[in-house]
Write a protein that binds this ligand. Structure first.
Ligand SMILES: *[C@@H]1O[C@H](CO)[C@@H](O)[C@H](O)[C@H]1NC(C)=O
Ligand SMILES: *[C@@H]1O[C@H](CO)[C@@H](O)[C@H](O)[C@H]1NC(C)=O
Ligand SMILES: *[C@@H]1O[C@H](CO)[C@@H](O)[C@H](O)[C@H]1NC(C)=O
Ligand SMILES: *[C@@H]1O[C@H](CO)[C@@H](O)[C@H](O)[C@H]1NC(C)=O
Length: 399
């Protein structure tokens, strides 16, 4: 009798245990708790030049020179990478800033305009929208990953990272009137570094991880594929009988433009069998720890088009799991401010037009006086003198 009761209690414990496990699995599977990567907020913490001087002052390769604020937002692996590559932190901070600037530019005329939190107290940079696995989030991962690839590669060329420099390898056959030579931007280093640093921590059962990894890779791929050949003439008095050529990074604006195009054509996917994939990933990791390439292909293979009639996403397509909110009205849970008070373009039929921007609500018209510098003249030597011109401008504002 007593024995039986005990068995029942044990059984009950087992049941609650299983229920709890199931509950946890559901929470992580829906991705509700996804947060933006902490390192993103390096964009608002650090004044890059400050980081340099602190580093030089302490002249040590230990963790201690890290500003405590930065120590807090980096993972252990990321701190190790920063330690092993002196100078790279400044490049990462610059990258994060470029990403913010580029995002605001690309989305300036849209309902979601990439507003960021500037307050030092807020832990997040782009805000709660990142908790949703939507297109905007996909774009942010690709853009930040691309930006770090870009600034780290640039920093190698400039000689400001101790562990890398230009790429002097010759790249395949030369042409008839030109040959490879000189200092190519070391995209290999930037690409590898971004994969180690940016992808750190993106592992686990949550379907957000394969999505994030894919989009991070999309960002890097766009930097790589926009690399261009730059040449310089040699020969008698610039006759250009011989040219030397090297690989040069694209302007980051080009990468931003390309990723914005991918945003517009992004693929909605679902993640198949994330649990099994983790298990097989682990097995694979144990077998060949260094073979990251294979793991990447694995996570790529997990992404199936949400609509079976659509073709699978390519390596350069952004992928997302959930539809975007409409961004029309304030939503605290997702950190959305709504389009009340936003300026719209009365004659445009695009996303910046008043119909779409104001979500069908009214808008009002305001005439404002704009002051601008004009009729500037250069005066010897060396000042530029301008007049101030005033003119009236009609603006339309969403109610
Ligand atoms: C945020 O912190 C930086 C230094 O890290 C400081 O210069 C700035 O004034 C702070 N901003 C606010 C709004 O407190
Ligand atoms: C980048 O990684 C690839 C593959 O792991 C490796 O072959 C290559 O040497 C690395 N390049 C640099 C510059 O670190
Ligand atoms: C972005 O949108 C927010 C709210 O929707 C608005 O307050 C802000 O002024 C906008 N920024 C720009 C640059 O238009
Ligand atoms: C408004 O939209 C029209 C049509 O797309 C465009 O020609 C015009 O430059 C836009 N105005 C502003 C201020 O952006």
């Amino acid at each position: 009798m007593r024995f039986g009761w005990r068995r029942e209690v044990a059984g009950w414990h087992l049941l609650t245990g299983v229920a709890l496990l199931l509950l946890c699995a559901t929470i992580s599977a829906t991705g509700k708790k996804a947060r933006e990567p902490k390192w993103w907020s390096i964009a608002k913490i650090a004044d890059p030049s400050n980081l340099i001087s602190n580093h030089i002052k302490s002249n040590s390769l230990t963790d201690h020179y890290l500003d405590p604020a930065i120590h807090r937002i980096l993972r252990k692996k990321q701190r190790r990478l920063v330690r092993e590559n002196p100078g790279v932190l400044v490049a990462i901070a610059k990258g994060a800033r470029h990403a913010v600037h580029e995002c605001k530019h690309q989305f300036r005329n849209r309902r979601w305009n990439c507003s960021t939190s500037s307050s030092n107290r807020s832990k997040r940079l782009f805000g709660k929208i990142v908790s949703r696995a939507c297109r905007e989030t996909a774009f942010l991962y690709a853009l930040t990953s691309a930006a770090v690839t870009h600034t780290v590669t640039r920093a190698c060329t400039e000689g400001s990272i101790d562990s890398c420099n230009c790429d002097y390898r010759t790249e395949g056959p030369s042409g008839l009137d030109w040959e490879w030579g000189g200092c190519s931007d070391n995209i290999d280093f930037g690409d590898n570094f971004s994969r180690l640093f940016v992808d750190a921590g993106e592992k686990g059962r949550d379907p957000r991880f394969p999505m994030n990894l894919h989009n991070n890779e999309v960002g890097r791929l766009h930097v790589k594929s926009e690399m261009r050949k730059e040449c310089k003439c040699h020969g008698m008095s610039g006759s250009c009988t011989v040219k030397t050529c090297w690989w040069r990074l694209p302007y980051f604006r080009r990468v931003g433009d390309a990723l914005k195009d991918r945003f517009d054509g992004a693929s909605r996917v679902s993640v198949k069998n994330a649990g099994n994939a983790r298990a097989s990933n682990n097995r694979q990791r144990n077998r060949r720890r260094k073979n990251t390439r294979r793991r990447r292909r694995k996570s790529f293979a997990l992404l199936k088009p949400y609509n079976p009639d659509h073709k699978p996403p390519s390596k350069k397509d952004l992928v997302y799991l959930e539809d975007s909110p409409d961004f029309c009205v304030r939503d605290r849970k997702l950190g959305i401010k709504g389009t009340h008070g936003r300026e719209c373009n009365k004659t445009s039929i695009g996303v910046d037009g008043c119909d779409l921007m104001c979500c069908g609500r009214e808008y009002h018209t305001r005439v404002i006086e704009v002051h601008e510098r004009c009729s500037c003249t250069f005066q010897w030597c060396c000042v530029v003198k301008c007049k101030t011109c005033k003119y009236k401008k009609t603006t339309h504002i969403c109610s």
